[in-house]
Design a protein around this ligand. Structure first.
Ligand code: NMX
Ligand code: MLT
Length: 441
């Protein structure tokens, strides 16, 4: 733990000094213009945040510290006998900004194993909820129950010097990431497997052990979890879960509180919940048509029906991306390698052939291509995980890696409280008439 923390502090001090120089020389440079429609339309296309861990190119997709998903698959350490990257390696890359060695990744595995103890009151908090409670609600409540363990909150209450915020945020982030697989697996086994819980296996990596505690021993599923936990980890800073975590953290709410806020954002159907919506939509289509593998004509008719009912086609579209999401492509590759004949996976591929031209023909949709959520569920169903209400929890466990690495950076760089200016439409009307020009400082 000491080594990682020291390396992080060294990198953060170096970056903080660079930022100071950049701002001294270029702080007044214009980075863009804001037009009126942007403040009414979700601030789309407005650059307003700094996030160090990853950057999204609308055409190319996500890059983590400059590395694409195929780069990660090639360059990050792997489990023995495995082909997919270890999420521990991605966490190191996002936190430190450099590719990890095998030793760096296995150091993180052992730190997270050591820090993975979940206190009993967290399980009691989960058990207090009705069994029908959505898994994401159970997950957020468990994260909040874990907040009793926050070093950041305790040290702040005791009068922490602001120079030490990063240190406490780092410790909380490592603890929380270490504990999430146990919490998530507990929720899964409680809700769907009659409370037949599985103890952790200290010989496995973070994602492999998660698969084991969920109850999936197939090597293919363990590999899927390594890939899944890697590709869902981060998507630059403006997405709802990352932005919410950053925003709440900027008030110096501790990492548990900040992450819980992000997870409430991930629970929305236009964000992370879309992964359950996709499989639900496909299951409903199959049931209505009475076929296992619908034809492209049948899919096209079902898509048109969905649109005519005023619903979105889940898994398609994106606020920033303008091409097929490389996270979709990585999962498609996995499907071709491990389960090319699976009818559900083939249905996902047939939907991919059918949906984009239909969405494109509507004229208003900026990106008709699939996002990460269009594919993930079908791979999980292949291995027997059919309980789609749970899928967003998997996304959430993965997303902890990116948003908590970013939170460490936020505190190390001394990022201030986030507080943009808002206006009323009344003020906009006055401004348009030239009667009011006060727009902040
Ligand atoms: N199906 C139907 N209509 C759509 C879709 C879609 N998949 N995507 C966008 N639209 C509509 C959108 O609702 C809007 O309609 P209106 O003007 O009537 O309000 C119009 O097209 C323009 O939207 P865009 O500017 O293209 O998209 P925006 O940036 O506002 O939203 C999403 C992005 C991702 C929220 C949107 O594409 C969507 O709702 N997709 C389906 C849900 C989904 O897959 N979400 C997962 C995103 C990835 N993730 O993991 O978070
Ligand atoms: C994500 O992974 O956060 C989603 O693709 C949503 C986004 O980037 O806006």
């Amino acid at each position: 733990m000491g080594i990682l923390k020291d390396r992080f502090k060294g990198k953060a001090d170096q970056t903080a000094a660079e930022i100071k120089d950049i701002l001294k020389e270029h702080g007044n440079k214009k980075i863009g213009e804001v037009i009126l429609s942007q403040i009414y339309q979700g601030m789309r296309g407005m650059t307003g945040l700094v996030t160090e861990t990853s950057l999204l190119d609308p055409q190319e997709g996500i890059r983590f510290r400059g590395y694409s998903i195929p780069d990660l698959q090639q360059k990050l350490p792997k489990a023995k006998g495995g082909d997919e990257p270890l999420p521990e390696g991605l966490f190191y890359l996002m936190l430190i900004g450099e590719l990890p060695s095998e030793e760096d990744a296995s150091h993180i595995t052992s730190v997270w194993q050591r820090r993975s103890h979940v206190p009993n009151h967290v399980f009691a908090a989960i058990e207090a909820l009705p069994i029908g409670t959505h898994p994401m609600t159970q997950f957020v409540i468990a994260v909040m129950a874990l907040q009793t363990e926050s070093q950041f909150a305790k040290r702040y209450a005791a009068g922490m010097n602001k120079k030490d915020y990063w240190d406490a945020a780092f410790d909380d982030s490592m603890d929380l990431i270490a504990r999430l697989p146990r919490v998530a697996a507990y929720i899964y086994r409680r809700k769907y497997k009659f409370g037949d819980h599985i103890q952790p296996n200290g010989l496995l990596d973070w994602a492999g052990n998660f698969a084991h505690m969920l109850g999936y021993e197939d090597d293919g599923f363990k590999e899927l979890m390594r890939l899944y936990m890697t590709i869902h980890a981060d998507h630059e800073g403006g997405n709802v879960s990352a932005h919410a975590t950053h925003l709440v953290g900027s008030a110096l709410s501790d990492p548990y509180q900040s992450f819980a806020a992000g997870m409430n954002g991930l629970s929305g159907p236009l964000h992370g919940l879309a992964n359950q919506e996709v499989i639900k939509w496909i299951f409903e289509m199959r049931e209505e048509l009475g076929v296992e593998l619908p034809s492209t004509e049948q899919i096209a008719a079902y898509v048109k029906k969905t649109l005519s009912e005023g619903k979105v086609v889940p898994g398609y579209g994106h606020a920033v991306l303008r091409k097929t999401d490389p996270r979709f492509s990585a999962q498609m590759e996995f499907g071709k390698k491990h389960m090319p004949g699976d009818p559900l996976v083939n249905t996902v591929w047939r939907i991919y052939e059918t949906v984009p031209p239909i969405l494109q023909s509507m004229g208003k949709i900026k990106n008709p291509w699939p996002n990460v959520d269009a594919h993930s569920g079908a791979l999980l169903v292949h291995y027997g995980m059919v309980e789609y209400d749970f899928y967003t929890v998997l996304f959430g466990v993965s997303r902890s890696l990116g948003v908590l690495a970013s939170l460490c950076w936020d505190r190390a760089l001394g990022m201030p409280i986030e507080r943009p200016k808002s206006v009323t439409t009344e003020q906009v009307k006055k401004w348009l008439k030239g009667q009011d020009e006060i727009w902040g400082e």
